[in-house]
Ligand binder design. Structure first.
Ligand SMILES: [Ca+2]
Length: 487
């Protein structure tokens, strides 16, 4: 009798475990490099992004999602650690996250610690600055070429010449290693002959392997290199667009009255071949660059469509949370910044974010709620039923997935060091307010953009007397910081 009861009890326990494992939701975590929210689901009429639009139709579009710093690695480390950059203290591409946060439990690591198989394919953390404790197996990177034949030839020649004259090559991992090649190229090759297509192929194989083990929940992270410059996509994506239909931005000037050190962007775009040495971008060349950028977006869109189709084919859709994000925004000629991020403005800090979770009530809706990338960590934990780790600074936006119009964060924060100063930007419903402090912590400059009257941020109005009261209010709100802005 006693024996029978124990057996029953054990069987019951196993049943509970078995059920919870089978019911655990998987995570498909998709990231694109330097993709601004120029997608059909964000209202863009020109770009062809049918697959991300389909994901949006069964998930949610976050119209006002902000990264915490508009640069690859600091943004990714902030998101994956769930901490603002003032806490990560990583503002440049070089450092590993454990240099400043040795004992942190990252987002994928928290899934791993809770019985998930976690895997990274392609650029999830910045390439070369990965975090092995985050993953169940070492991160995988495709050996397929990132560049087209023209870029590869130019690169070979550049390396050969540098060796001949004993010139040191720029450090790898800083983007500079590609810079002898053209800024855009459209080789007539199949999708899988280039890096992102080959990463997709591997991700499909991984999904099939994971689907064969239904007792093992997974967190599969897939990172795409496009549309980071150079814009290299198979020719069929270039052929989706024509130069003459591509509009150039109307505001090719820096924001009026902005501090000079603040109103700049990075210059990596100018290192590439075919870009005029005098940095004067003609309308014709600008259209070609935009053409390349759009083609690169469509290439990534197709890659993501293949993964989502495979998820459906394997019957995993109802058991998988899908999140797609771009690591920051991007300027393509606006404010005269070509191929740029590297600042505290709307175009650099606002990035695409789509989320689809089984059972969400507001599938297919959009939200204008202010969300921050630090919110993704607690959201995925809550959706998957995992405990939150200590020290997370974001807020789960799961409630928005059911009710996109509910009252939410009062502000989103981003930071950037520039010109020896440190800038913190605060985006509220109406304003972008930026404070620049010197090394002594003194405020050396302020910026204010009124999105009600100036959505392109063409004029800094911080010094206008009529805004004096707003400046005082926003200054106090910034001092109170992200903790007080939480819903
Ligand atoms: Ca990036």
């Amino acid at each position: 009798m006693k024996h029978g009861f124990t057996t029953l009890l054990l069987a019951g326990l196993f049943a509970v475990n078995w059920l919870s494992a089978a019911e655990k939701l998987n995570v498909l975590f998709l990231v694109s490099d330097d993709m601004r929210p120029q997608l059909g689901c964000y209202g863009d009429k020109l770009v062809k992004s049918p697959n991300l639009d389909k994901l949006a139709a069964r998930g949610m579009v976050f119209n006002r999602a902000f990264c915490q710093q508009a640069l690859c690695s600091p943004s990714r480390i902030s998101l994956l650690s769930g901490r603002h950059t003032e806490t990560t203290r990583i503002h440049s591409i070089g450092p590993f996250l454990r240099e400043t946060m040795p004992d942190i439990v990252t987002l994928p690591q928290q899934f791993k610690n809770n019985g998930y198989f976690t895997r990274s394919l392609g650029k999830v953390y910045h390439v070369g600055i990965d975090d092995p404790p985050s993953w169940s197996v070492p991160p995988w990177h495709s050996k397929a070429p990132r560049l087209g034949p023209e870029g590869r030839d130019a690169m070979k020649k550049y390396v050969g010449e540098a060796k001949k004259i004993g010139r040191r090559l720029p450090a790898k991992g800083k983007g500079a290693a590609n810079y002898a090649g053209p800024a855009f190229e459209a080789p007539d090759v199949g999708d899988d002959n280039l890096l992102d297509g080959d990463t997709t192929r591997e991700a499909i194989t991984a999904l099939r392997e994971l689907a064969a083990k239904p007792q093992q929940p997974f967190f599969l992270a897939v990172g795409f290199a496009n549309p980071h410059v150079p814009w290299v996509a198979p020719k069929k994506y270039w052929d989706l667009y024509r130069d003459e239909e591509i509009p150039l931005p109307p505001n090719q000037f820096v924001p009026k009255n902005a501090p000079r050190f603040a109103a700049t962007s990075g210059d990596d775009f100018y290192w590439y071949g075919k870009v005029p040495a005098d940095r004067k971008i003609t309308p014709e060349f600008g259209r070609q660059c935009l053409h390349g950028y759009l083609a690169a977006i469509s290439y990534v869109d197709t890659c993501i469509g293949r993964l989502l189709d495979e998820l459906d084919r394997l019957g995993l859709r109802e058991r998988t949370i899908v999140v797609f994000w771009g690591d920051h925004g991007y300027y393509m000629g606006e404010h005269s910044w070509w191929g740029g991020k590297h600042n505290n403005y709307e175009g650099a800090t606002r990035a695409p974010l789509l989320a689809a979770a089984p059972g969400m009530k507001a599938a297919g809706r959009k939200t204008n709620a202010l969300v921050e990338f630090v919110d993704i960590y607690p959201t995925l934990c809550e959706l998957a039923g995992l405990p939150l780790t200590d020290g997370l600074e974001g807020t789960s936006f799961k409630p928005l997935l059911d009710d996109p119009q509910r009252s939410w964060k009062k502000a989103a924060f981003s930071q950037y060091p520039k010109g020896g100063n440190f800038g913190t930007a605060m985006r509220t419903d109406r304003y972008r307010y930026v404070e620049w402090k010197n090394k002594k912590g003194e405020i050396v400059a302020r910026e204010l953009y009124d999105h009600q009257t100036d959505p392109q941020e063409n004029e800094n109005v911080a010094d206008k007397p009529e805004h004096a009261k707003v400046i005082v209010e926003l200054g106090a709100q910034m001092k109170a910081g992200w903790k007080v802005a939480k819903p």
